[in-house]
Design a protein. Structure first.
Length: 125
């Protein structure tokens, strides 16, 4: 299984970029997707809400579009969300000892949008 590391700094200003990266990652078969964000206020619960919301479009077109992408991604791939803060969240996600900076520096075979606060990496297992 390939791992796709998606890193968006800062995530709140790059939600659309992250959505675009998720759409690209969706095209990769049998991938584990790891989202790395610097923002503690954006996390797994936000994506869970996007998944469970009956009408994500009521929050606006951007939220609706990204929510739709996320729904497809979460249905088809194993997804981990890794936040730089808080560390408690990292432990809860079972990351234990891997810092987002270390994830960012893993050898990449594929890098997309390096200049756009976003890094999409295809990483060897």
């Amino acid at each position: 299984m390939e791992r796709v590391v998606i890193s968006s700094y800062p995530f709140d200003e790059s939600l659309w970029q992250a959505g675009k990266a998720l759409y690209i990652a969706e095209l990769l078969s049998e991938s584990e997707i790891i989202l790395v964000s610097s923002m503690s206020e954006i996390g797994p619960r936000d994506f869970e809400e996007a998944m469970l919301s009956e009408d994500p479009w009521e929050k606006g077109p951007l939220y609706g579009t990204v929510s739709s992408m996320l729904r497809r991604i979460f249905e088809e791939y194993e997804v981990s969300f890794v936040s730089r803060i808080p560390e408690k969240l990292l432990r809860e996600m079972g990351v234990n000892g891997l810092k987002p900076e270390e994830l960012r520096n893993l050898p990449a075979d594929l890098a997309i949008d390096r200049g756009c606060d976003l890094i999409l990496k295809e990483v060897s297992p």
